[in-house]
Design a protein around this ligand. Structure first.
Ligand code: ACM
Length: 269
């Protein structure tokens, strides 16, 4: 299958413009699935709830969803897209997936980062981001979820072959950590990160780019640079993620032991 990411710098607080950009990429993409960054329709810094009221949308009852669904069906290109979601009067930092057959779903970010906690409710259900497409199994995490190996291990136990990772990475470790997450779970990971900077009052955030696709043996199959807008697409076979052996004797799931480590008497670490 042909899978890719679009790395860009969304216009802050301009949902219409960002959706126009996203739709144009879908038209140009020639891929089975394109992943866009976290909060790609709004930008990242949330000055106040009013910003969210203006920029969030509902799924499926919104014109934004209708527009995206239409183009996904027409272009036969699936989408995974970060956006601020309005659901039951609450805001979530969410990722929407839409597939060419019209199937869709929303994953709500579980591990909120920094001041996201002031504005978003956290998601509760990692299964929301799981879907099957062209015979393969995908799972979504959003940005800071990378820090929690348990989250990705859970997806791997569920048989996910490709972890999709819309991001607005700021800390310097996310891309490196996702290589380890790929190796330790023997899955593909695709991080669609954003570039650019945002400023608001005394807040100044710089996003690190370097969107990447990593194979189950930790090879970087493609990676963008840290500063520019780019669409990258590559052919992969997600079935490569089915092989959980590191050596003929070591299966990453079978070998996990629950052990009690004994520390030297009287010492705490
Ligand atoms: C992040 O979770 N946006 C760093």
């Amino acid at each position: 299958m042909r899978i890719g990411f679009f790395q860009f710098s969304p216009f802050h607080g301009n949902k219409e413009k960002n959706i126009e950009i996203i739709i144009n990429i879908l038209k140009r993409g020639k891929a089975d699935l394109i992943v866009f960054p976290e909060l790609a329709t709004s930008g990242y810094l949330i000055p106040d709830k009013n910003f969210l009221r203006k920029n969030a949308f509902k799924v499926p009852d919104s014109k934004e969803f209708e527009m995206l669904l239409k183009v996904v069906k027409k272009e036969k290109t699936g989408i995974v897209l970060g956006f601020p979601e309005l659901k039951d009067g609450k805001f979530f930092n969410s990722a929407l997936f839409i597939l060419p057959d019209g199937k869709f779903g929303v994953y709500r970010k579980i591990h909120l980062f920094y001041k996201e906690k002031k504005f978003f409710k956290s998601g509760k259900n990692p299964d929301e981001g799981i879907f099957t497409y062209i015979g393969f199994k995908f799972g979504i995490i959003i940005c800071f979820d990378w820090l929690f190996p348990e989250h990705l291990r859970y997806l791997a136990y569920k048989g996910i072959q490709v972890v999709l990772h819309p991001s607005n990475l700021i800390l310097p470790w996310g891309q490196r950590a996702m290589i380890i997450r790929a190796i330790e779970n023997r899955v593909f990971t695709l991080t669609a990160n954003r570039v650019g900077e945002e400023k608001y009052r005394n807040e100044h955030l710089k996003f690190t780019g370097k969107s990447q696709l990593v194979s189950p043996d930790g090879r970087i199959l493609m990676r963008a640079n840290s500063g520019s807008e780019v669409l990258r697409i590559k052919e992969i076979n997600p079935a490569e993620a089915n092989r959980k052996l590191i050596t003929p004797y070591n299966d990453i799931f079978e070998d996990l032991k629950t052990v009690q480590f004994k520390y030297s008497e009287g010492k705490t670490y």
